[in-house]
Design a protein around this ligand. Structure first.
Ligand code: NAP
Ligand code: F7E
Length: 322
């Protein structure tokens, strides 16, 4: 039986990936970072909370990672754990560096000290492109991160490549562009919008406050994107891939899809709050997923309209039950 260890299993991608691997017959272990309250709502949403073996550990604690590997004996490790909210990375830059950057090194060292045959997936990000150096970003586009998060991820990206080149380890990076779902954290803009639209529709909220709505993102569905993580570890050789839809949309347009879906006028509810602007913004991202299509046979299946309406419908259900 295949065995996989997932860090960040309680997050959006961790939950979808765990479901995908369970459906493929894997035994799935998840690294559980200690928190004051256990939040397994995503695993419950997918009905898999009793099928995962959780092992306590933290990306900043090398000994706990070694123990987790010794306990789970995985063939594949997916490193999805991170402080992943860009805005918070200016408030907690050192924590972000330790978790999102050095955490990757800790995990690679844990593999190097235990079993170098383990295949490793690193969750790299389009945030590394930041101040874009080419209008459409591919694996060959130079990086220019714009946040402490982007800088930390860039370290994680290069150290993953370095361990591949130095120790012949099977380590691959997925440079994933924004991906969303009904399991997205409420702090990210799509879910903040769909939750607010549901509350406004039901009469529990009046306004929605947003920052820079001119920013453009290449948004896909997380359920589609976790498949590519698995595909990357099934190849004969490790490599790095851009994962994107190839379309970009403003926050404003994304927001209007959500309001239109429930028959409300966005202009009656949207308030621009400059306090939500970031110290340095990533104005536009647009990925070229040709390599993933050609080499992995993968492409994004869900349109932004279908994604946002799916999220609004899920939030309407949730808000009604509150
Ligand atoms: P997410 O929902 O924020 O999940 C990240 C998980 O990491 C959370 O469950 C978090 O636990 C855990 N974590 C935080 N600090 C940790 C630590 N010190 N040790 C172990 N686990 C820790 O993020 P996501 O959207 O699923 O994204 C998954 C990964 O892909 C992340 O690395 C993210 O940076 C990267 N990524 C995401 C996107 C995207 O658009 N979603 C795009 C590119 C790359 P707590 O919740 O308990 O803190
Ligand atoms: O912001 C703008 C904001 O926080 C998107 C993470 O998963 O994807 C994500 O990072 C845009 C930005 O995602 C609000 O300024 C306007 O331009 O949803 P977000 P992100 O920063 O793109 C990448 C690929 C990752 O790797 C990250 O882990 O929306 N925006 N008004 C706002 N954003 C938020 N959160 N809240 C607002 O009120």
């Amino acid at each position: 039986m295949n065995r996989a260890l997932i860090t960040g299993i309680m997050g959006q991608d961790g939950a979808y990936l765990a479901k995908l691997l369970l459906d493929k017959g894997y035994k799935v272990y998840g690294l559980l970072a200690r928190r004051s309250t256990l939040s397994n709502w995503r695993l419950k949403y997918l009905g898999i909370e009793n099928e995962i073996q959780l092992i306590e550990g933290d990306l900043t604690d090398l000994a706990s990672l070694i123990r987790a590997i010794k306990t789970s004996k995985p063939m594949e490790i997916y490193n999805l754990g991170a402080q992943s909210f860009v805005a918070t990375s200016w408030e907690q830059p050192i924590l972000t560096a330790q978790t999102t950057g050095i955490g990757v090194l800790n995990l690679l060292e844990a593999i190097r000290l235990t079993d170098t045959s383990i295949k490793f997936y690193q969750a790299s990000t389009s945030e590394m492109f930041g101040l874009i150096q080419e209008p459409i970003q591919s694996e060959k586009t130079p990086f220019h991160p714009r946040s402490p998060y982007g800088v930390a991820k860039l370290y994680g990206h290069w150290i993953t490549i370095n361990y591949r080149e130095s120790f012949n380890m099977f380590t691959s990076c997925g440079i994933l562009f924004n991906h969303e779902s009904p399991l997205r954290g409420i702090e990210f803009v799509t879910r903040k919008v769909t939750d607010a639209v549901a509350r406004i529709k039901i009469g529990k909220q009046k306004e929605l406050r947003l920052g820079n709505i001119d920013a453009k993102r290449d948004w896909g569905f997380a359920g589609d994107y976790v498949e590519v993580m698995w595909l990357m570890l099934q190849q004969s050789k490790p490599d790095d891939y851009v994962v994107a839809t190839g379309y970009t949309t403003t926050v404003r347009e994304m927001c209007s899809i959500a309001f239109d879906h429930v028959g409300l006028d966005m202009d009656d509810h949207l308030v621009i709050d400059e306090k939500l602007y970031r110290p340095a913004e990533v104005e536009i991202l647009l990925g070229n997923p040709s390599k993933a299509k050609e080499k992995l046979g993968w492409s994004s299946k869900t349109s932004l309209k279908n994604l946002i309406t799916m999220m609004v419908d899920a939030d309407l259900e949730r808000v009604k039950k509150e």
